[in-house]
Design a protein around this ligand. Structure first.
Ligand code: ADP
Length: 255
């Protein structure tokens, strides 16, 4: 297995981040890839949105891209529908291709936030190739959350079918129970948030994705691990910002 080779690439890509001069993110020509890593329900989507606003680089969520294909009912959507509904991962080839196309868009020139990718060793290896080809350096942010907290968070999750806003009975309740604050629409449980599906997604995470963190731990000196169990999302984000300033250099990110 080519872990050694990939590790070397990972190391050099990480080193490249450190060597960039201390300028605001907007002035940096070398793209930054922020990889948000954590189990389903760890808050990757929420933290991505904060990061988008702060760093002014786009979020690339493979889950959102795949759901969009299903919504459109196109060939890709039809091909992946059953696997997604069952909580299984879709093929590495497909997500690798989607990510490749997305990071080639002009709005990803300065960098991007990867949310939900990579999820398997094969995806991690392809990602390192893609980042090397783009000359991008990576920072991995691991959101660490206790298993039981994940289950209780995800079972309380509801989504607005109109605008996609996520709510949670405990951490982010709507003003009126069961109703979207923005659209007034009745909230629904996302298909893959049903309890049996949640357990399958967590099982897949344990089997296929969690081992990647050992790989990142062993090979990257740009790995930030944040306890995302206890505090509210904005407090977690404050800690991420502090850590990112340390890793990227104080002057490279605005206050
Ligand atoms: P979560 O992180 O809460 O599981 P996502 O929106 O990231 O939610 O993913 C939802 C589903 O989309 C996954 O269960 C899987 O079926 C599919 N998916 C998303 N990203 C990937 C990926 N990188 N590789 C394979 N399947 C993926």
């Amino acid at each position: 297995m080519a872990v050694g080779k990939t590790a070397a690439k990972l190391g050099s890509a990480a080193g490249a981040v450190a060597s960039v001069s201390e300028k605001p993110v907007s002035e940096i020509t070398k793209p930054i890839a922020i990889i948000l890593f954590g189990s389903p329900g760890s808050g990757k989507g929420t933290q991505s949105k904060y990061l988008v606003e702060w760093l002014k680089i786009p979020q690339i969520s493979t889950g959102d891209m795949l759901r969009e294909h299903i919504r459109q009912g196109d060939a890709i959507g039809l091909a992946i529908m059953d696997r997604m509904r069952a909580g299984s991962l879709v093929s590495d080839e497909l997500v690798n291709q989607l990510v490749f196309e997305r990071i080639s868009q002009p709005d990803a020139n300065k960098g991007f936030i990867l949310d939900g990718y990579p999820r398997t060793p094969a995806q991690a290896e392809e990602m390192m190739r893609l980042l090397a080809a783009r000359g991008a350096g990576e920072v991995v942010i691991h959101l660490v959350v206790d298993y039981n907290i994940i289950i209780s968070r995800m079972s309380g999750r509801r989504v607005c079918p109109v605008c996609g806003t996520l709510y949670n009975a405990v951490s982010r309740p709507p003003k009126i129970e069961g109703i979207c604050d923005l659209e007034g629409a009745a909230l629904v449980i996302r298909d893959d948030d049903r309890e049996d599906v949640v357990r399958e997604r967590l099982a897949q995470y344990e089997r296929q994705t969690r081992p990647l963190i050992e790989f990142f731990r062993a090979t990257s000196d740009r790995l930030i691990e944040v306890d995302a169990s206890r505090e509210k999302p904005d407090a977690v984000f404050e800690r991420i910002k502090r850590e990112l300033r340390g890793v990227l250099g104080q002057g490279r990110v605005s206050a």
